[in-house]
Write a protein that binds this ligand. Structure first.
Ligand code: NAP
Length: 494
């Protein structure tokens, strides 16, 4: 395959290992520009600087990637588990070895503060390490036979070629979380990274190549999402699709998957409630409230969107939360501020729309409320209080650094309001009453409930949402099983 595109103007990215910067797609063990000769530009959201051009592959190229993944599947799926495990382990070690470069690439193309980018590399690598171990575990379950003279076993077999589609907000960890599970299960993979942040995925492909994955096992196909993904959705050889992104695109893929009855993992939008009861530790709640909103500059599916504070602590919480938010620093990610730029103009416009709508309905702006002087895509950390129930921000994911606070008067009321959404990814709860923790954890219709803390994710836990926040789980043993089929074998020794 030809190298039709020159390496982007990237040698000045300040990397120790500039060969991690790849501008071509990685298909069948080769770096390829595809057949169309088209490229797409990647810009730095901090300053609109041109970072480079990446190959934009056509539908025909993308179908050819499935050919390569399908050809690699039989050998990969039959490889002894310890060999798959060793390659995953080597990939993990290489990611950790190149942590600083990978974090720098991410900050340049995605904008997030460099400390957060380092954290994402570690988080993403932890899935590769975890699934390197899980790859070795036996996948056979013996069942006591219900038939005379018969022996019964249940096997889990890799489903086949898996298509992985990842978003721009976690361009590294969303790929490793899916790919490591699929590869450990014995699947081969075709992956489409967001056109806004392809360099992180291509750097992971470079390291996968160095780790020794055979040609065709792990493919990264860059290009326009509809052009690349549509051929996968209609291709019967693609047996599983794992998507992280918006609920709207998730629904589209759900309908496209129907014609070939694919397995689906959907990690979609969130609209997290943060519920503060008056018996909670207020100092802790304020500091966790800041983390729950402003990490990843608010562009996080786990970001709290609706803050409910019980009336006796409402004013104190609003003012202390706003004070803390006002202290957050904003600037280019490489300067390691608390908040970097948003991804694009659409994201900034959404913050303005949600604030204007809430204010028009009577909300007060306690801090922030406007674009930040650091540049076109920067926004001030914002806290709104007295946000009425009908405000847009209490019904839609804001996906930015704007927090909406509203008071409540009873446990029954707040749990009903928290559940009054089509989303169900994560809920945050602050209280010291163990009975209330039990009742609320049972009542909240969310895939994850975080009590008196914000950070709850990690490789061993099942990550995922209820209702329109998604299907299936990532991480844990369940994340691997999502890429398997169950086969039941009944043997009679006649
Ligand atoms: P998005 O617009 O849905 O994009 C996600 C991915 O889908 C990208 O790779 C995108 O490619 C691709 N895509 C876009 N249009 C497509 C199409 N017609 N067919 C197939 N693929 C298509 O979401 P986003 O704006 O990047 O991410 C933000 C959303 O993701 C938020 O709603 C957030 O809550 C959610 N999210 C969820 C989780 C979770 O684990 N539950 C984690 C992170 C983010 P291009 O970017 O190249 O268009």
């Amino acid at each position: 395959m030809s190298l039709a595109i020159s390496t982007p103007k990237t040698t000045c990215w300040g990397l120790s290992d500039p060969s991690l910067l790849r501008s071509l797609a990685y298909v069948g063990g080769c770096w390829t520009a595809g057949t169309g000769g088209i490229t797409s530009a990647v810009t730095n959201p901090a300053d609109d600087g041109h970072l480079g051009e990446v190959a934009s592959l056509s539908g025909t190229d993308s179908a050819a990637a499935v050919d390569r993944a399908q050809a690699a599947f039989p050998e990969w799926s039959l490889l002894l588990p310890q060999h798959r495990s060793s390659m995953l382990r080597r990939w993990f070690e290489l990611i950790i070895e190149h942590r600083e470069d990978l974090a720098r690439i991410m900050t340049l193309e995605q904008g997030k503060p460099i400390s957060e980018a380092r954290g994402e590399i570690d988080y993403g690598a932890s899935f590769v390490e975890f699934y390197a171990e899980e790859a070795k575990r036996p996948n056979i379950e013996s069942v006591t036979s219900h038939l005379p003279d018969a022996e019964v076993e249940v096997w889990r077999e890799p489903v086949g070629v898996a298509a992985l589609i990842t978003p721009w907000n976690f361009p590294s960890a969303m790929l490793t979380r899916k790919a490591a599970a699929a590869l450990a299960a014995g699947c081969t993979v075709v992956a489409h990274p967001s056109a806004e942040t392809p360099f992180s995925a291509l750097a992971l492909a470079e390291l996968a190549e160095r780790a020794g994955f055979p040609a065709g096992v792990f493919n990264v196909v860059t290009g326009s999402a509809p052009a690349v993904v549509e051929p996968w959705m209609s291709d019967p050889r693609v047996r599983a699709v794992s998507f992280t992104g918006s609920t709207d695109i998730g629904k589209l893929l759900y309908s496209q998957a129907a014609s070939t009855v694919k397995r689906l993992v959907l990690e979609l939008g969130g609209h997290a409630p943060f519920i503060l009861f008056s018996d909670a530790d207020l100092d802790l709640a304020v500091s966790e409230a800041v983390k729950a909103k402003f990490a990843t500059s608010g562009q996080d599916c786990l970001g709290a969107n609706r803050y409910f504070a019980e009336r006796p602590v409402y004013e104190a919480f609003c003012s202390r939360f706003a004070d803390e938010a006002a202290r957050l620093t904003v600037g280019p990610g490489l300067d390691d501020p608390d908040i970097g730029p948003l991804m694009n103009e659409k994201a900034v416009a959404k913050q303005e729309e949600h604030i204007a709508d809430a204010v028009a309905r009577g909300a007060r702006v306690l801090t922030g409320g406007k674009r930040h002087e650091s540049g076109r895509l920067f926004f001030q950390p914002t806290v709104l209080c007295d946000v009425p129930h009908d405000a847009l921000i209490l019904h839609e994911e804001t996906f930015g650094p704007v927090a909406a606070v509203t008071p409540f008067d009873s446990e029954e009321e707040v749990l009903r309001r928290a559940n009054d959404t089509e989303f169900g990814l994560v809920a945050y709860l602050h209280t010291q009453d163990p009975r209330r923790i039990f009742r609320a954890s049972r009542t909240l219709q969310f895939g994850m409930v975080a009590v008196n803390r914000t950070k709850v994710t990690g490789a061993p836990i099942p990550f995922g949402g209820m209702k329109q926040s998604g299907l299936e789980r990532e991480g844990s043993r369940l994340g691997l099983e999502a890429f398997t089929e169950v086969k039941y074998v009944c043997r009679d020794w006649a």
